[in-house]
Design a protein. Structure first.
Lengths: 466, 428
């Protein structure tokens, strides 16, 4: 633990007469026991972290080859005689698990048995971008680690638990609660919580925000952008907002700046998935919004096309291994997201760095030369100040991109040409642009908004950010 | 245990005001319990001039009557809580004689012991000890033995093995044990450590594999660290604890000052006027263990003297003690009436003789007796040299006499008093 990251929060005490230091009830104590370990392991060297990850991984693999049909022959396929031989190089030979393996083969990924100390199981369903549902089974033990990382994010970003927490979530019911969540209130006495569904009309969401006045707001980047646009249009600004926390979608480059400009609040982004919980959380010390991989719960590889780990600055596919789910081990699961690997962080944490999360393969542009990149439409929109209410870019062919937009009128020829020029300046390939006004922009089956969808060469089905 | 350690990890960096605010929060809970359930404290609120525990702040707490060791002896039953919260677990007895040799019986709870254990583990973590190594302990109440772990630490961590031996064993045997067992860490009293170092130097042996020596029970003389460093080439870390409160303070890593375990005990260093001493001043140590609800010791004067410290240069907000001077009877009183720890250059004894063991006794205001153990008498020349150096170190032209003795005994509990004042004691 280092000075700059010390938390001022005091846990709730369950022992009469003991106010401080607190003696939390068992669930809270377990959570803090994990925080104690996370508080220290974040400062370990990358080598020390990897050594402990592989210690855990070997336990998981040993369990998987014995109890999970899908993995019965994986040890031989990786060229290993025993789990004890498993190291970083050998694990790179372990076959990748793809999204379709889960959709078509979920039962073969379920463990016939697992240690009973891991508690019961529960299933969650994730539809991903394409709407093909995947069943993910997790144990209570795995969930404990997921929750611990939720709490780590609060602690990293020094959130004041006594303040109010607002969330605009997928599939939420509008309402208030006396606490932030079960996870947080298991440890700390918290202020109130309020939530509303992300599909609520944006002006109504802004009404809600102004009425509820949360200190912290959790929402998706696209929804935040819509809220900011509405706020700018009406001049109505939420009061008392200290931080906006984003999740579920890749973060547009301009959003951080827009939030600071319009609401004066900092943005904290996170990268998570249904399958693993938090994969990477924004570094509390960095100013460029880099992420630290949550190595204590998930082994993350960012792989180039040759299957080798990417060097800092290179873009690659995200492959994850959640380390504690013994009910449905996902070993080297290719999430379908792209990310930019980062170099060691100046903050001193030994947790690996992801510089940027680019999102799903289908949210990356692909030019006729086969080059993949994140299209920079946000900047072009900001520069040209097109008065569109909502937009979506669809890459129809290797050289054609269509802009679908919601607006009271059609874009003029001049507006279209200005935008096409701005795009040409920003993208590495001179795509042909087409414009189509629509009634509304549809969300993906999972309720997410996708600013860019490529229909070209997206055989890999990504789950994407949760 | 880890839940508590997480909190200690954070709170060590809190600003002093925040630490004090939470200490007072806990003191109010303790006082609220004490005035209702502990007969001895029934009138304490009125004596302090406040209507309820909720009004208690730093100023009003300073008016709370001081509890002395003699008060505990005389009021043992009245100091015990008639009832306390069930969650605090069973009560058990601990006895302590302290260096005054006066036995006191304390009743503690499992809850209080839980905090004491966490504080002990904090000290290991603070000093970055490698828990996978071997720990050797020389203390009272054990027979020579080896254990698979470090004892209490194993509640939370896997550790390397431990070994222990009784401090009442002859030094020769203790040194043989140390050479044989080769612990990476050695925990013992300062007096035993000094004798071990001197004995090993005489025998020309050095404990192999030792990384750090740890002393407890305070009264460490200023020169011991230098001696251990010079002869064994290892670091020495001191901690300050007592049976009544568990860990009170531990040396700050890389520094000489001590960090008070503010989460476990409220410590006041008081001048003769009863007001807190500013940094650099020596005063009486008054403690309030924060979590003992079976026998609350509120503003308990331990009988030790310590020098108040300033802000910790590491940025930790925990209060500090610059030095722990021990009992008033271990302090030098100079003829002008000032009270201080006698500071003597350790090389004095290393360069003379060889003097095996030494103790200074102050029988009267102007006289110092040097009791020493040596194979022969000090020569006149040696005595002359020593007188000049001692007078300089002690800061006054004391009348110095030399008395050769066959042996200098340690006290029960393993403490050894290097300086003993026979002048009337105050305070304790």
């Amino acid at each position: 633990m280092k000075e700059a990251s010390a938390s001022l929060a005091v846990p709730a005490s369950s022992a009469e007469g003991v106010a401080w230091p607190a003696v939390p009830h068992p669930a809270g104590a377990t959570m803090l026991a994990l925080q104690f370990q996370l508080g220290r392991s974040q400062w370990w060297t990358p080598d020390a972290l990897r050594a402990q990850q592989f210690r855990q991984l070997r336990l998981l693999v040993e369990h998987a080859i014995l109890n999970v049909p899908h993995y019965r022959h994986h040890l031989e396929r990786a060229g290993l005689r025993s789990v004890a031989e498993l190291d970083e190089a050998a694990y790179r030979r372990w076959p990748l698990l793809r999204s379709r393996d889960i959709t078509t083969n979920a039962e073969r990924l379920m463990a016939a048995r697992y240690p009973k100390e891991h508690g019961g199981t529960f299933d969650s369903f994730t539809s991903g971008a394409t709407g093909t549902p995947k069943k993910i089974r997790q144990t209570e033990a795995a969930q404990l680690f997921v929750h611990a990382l939720v709490l780590r994010d609060h602690l990293w970003h020094a959130r004041d638990f006594t303040a109010k927490f607002g969330a605009i979530r997928f599939f939420a019911t509008e309402g208030r609660s006396p606490t932030w969540s079960r996870v947080t209130s298991a440890v700390f006495e918290t202020g109130a919580g309020a939530e509303i569904d992300v599909t609520t009309d944006v002006p109504l969401q802004l009404d809600w925000l102004l009425r509820e006045k949360p200190a912290y707001l959790l929402t998706s980047p696209s929804n935040l952008r819509a809220l900011l646009a509405e706020s700018e249009r009406t001049g109505r600004v939420p009061d008392g907002l200290r931080q906006v926390i984003t999740y579920a979608e890749s973060l547009p480059g301009t959003l951080r700046r827009d939030l600071a400009r319009l609401w004066g609040a900092p943005l904290v982004d996170s990268y998570s998935s249904t399958e693993a919980g938090a994969i990477a959380l924004q570094c509390p010390a960095s100013t460029d919004g880099r992420y630290h991989v949550q190595s204590e719960n998930v082994l993350v590889e960012v792989l180039g096309d040759d299957g080798r780990p990417c060097a800092p600055g290179e873009t690659g596919r995200v492959v994850i291994t959640p380390l504690h789910n013994f009910a449905m081990p996902l070993l080297r699961y290719e999430l379908g997201d792209y990310a930019v690997a980062g170099e060691a962080c100046a903050c001193g944490r030994g947790l690996p760095v992801i510089r940027k999360v680019l999102g799903r393969v289908r949210n990356m542009a692909c030019d006729p030369h086969g080059r993949r990149f994140q299209p920079g439409f946000d900047q072009a929109l900001e520069d040209t100040r097109l008065p569109v209410e909502q937009f979506q870019f669809i890459q129809e062919t290797p050289s054609l991109i269509e802009m679908r937009y919601v607006m009271a009128r059609e874009l003029t020829r001049d507006e279209q040409s200005r935008f096409s020029q701005a795009v040409e300046q920003r993208l590495p390939y001179p795509f042909e642009m087409r414009y189509r006004r629509v009634e509304a922009i549809e969300r993906s089956p999972g309720g997410k908004y996708e600013g860019f969808i490529s229909l070209v060469g997206t055989e890999l089905e990504g789950q994407g950010k949760r | 245990m880890l839940a508590l350690l997480w909190q200690l990890d954070q709170s060590q960096w809190w600003p002093p005001e925040r630490l004090r605010e939470h200490q007072l929060r806990q003191i109010r809970a303790l006082v609220e319990h004490a005035v209702v359930n502990v007969p001895y404290y029934r009138e304490a609120l009125q004596k302090t001039g406040i209507a309820s525990a909720a009004e208690l702040d730093e100023d009003s707490f300073r008016r709370w009557p001081i509890l002395r060791k003699s008060d505990i002896r005389a009021n043992e039953a009245a100091l015990r809580a008639s009832s306390y919260p069930k969650t605090h677990g069973k009560a058990f007895e601990s006895e302590t004689t302290g260096s005054t040799g006066t036995p006191v019986r304390i009743y503690r709870t499992e809850m209080e012991a839980h905090f004491a254990r966490a504080i002990m583990v904090r000290e290991h973590l603070l000093h970055g000890r490698d828990l996978a190594r071997k720990l050797g302990t020389i203390r009272a109440g054990v027979t020579e033995s080896t254990q698979p772990g470090w004892g209490m630490v194993n509640v939370a961590f896997d550790t390397g093995p431990g070994c222990a031996i009784s401090l009442y064993e002859p030094i020769e045997r203790l040194l043989d044990w140390l050479l044989r067992e080769r612990p990476a860490y050695l925990l013992c009293t300062p007096a035993i450590l000094r004798e071990l170092v001197l004995m090993s130097r005489r025998r020309g042996v050095r404990p192999e594999g030792l990384i750090e020596a740890m002393t407890f029970a305070a009264m460490q003389s200023a020169d011991l660290r230098a001696l251990v460093g010079k002869v064994w080439g290892v670091d020495l870390t001191d901690s300050y604890s007592c049976v009544e409160a568990g860990g009170i303070a531990v040396q700050c890593p890389g520094h000489d000052h001590y960090l008070v375990h503010a989460e476990n005990v409220y410590v006041e260093i008081l001048g003769d006027d009863g007001m807190p001493c500013p940094p650099g001043e020596l005063g009486r140590v008054v403690i309030t263990p924060l979590h003992n609800f079976a026998m609350p010791l509120i503003r308990y004067e331990l009988g030790d003297y310590a020098e108040a410290g300033g802000a910790c240069p590491t940025g930790r907000g925990l209060p500090t003690l610059a030095r722990i001077a021990g009992r008033v009877r271990n302090l030098l009183r100079d003829p002008a009436g000032g009270l201080r720890s006698p500071k003597i250059d350790p090389s004095l004894w290393l360069e003379t003789g060889p003097v095996e063991q030494v103790r200074l006794v102050q029988p009267s205001l102007r006289q110092i007796d040097v009791e020493y153990v040596m194979a022969r008498d000090l020569s006149e020349g040696e005595q002359e040299q020593l007188v000049a150096r001692l007078q300089e170190d002690l800061g006054f032209a004391f009348d110095i006499r030399f008395v050769r003795v066959p042996a200098l005994e340690r006290q029960k509990g393993g403490k050894f008093e290097e300086f003993l004042s026979l002048l009337a004691e105050e305070g304790s």
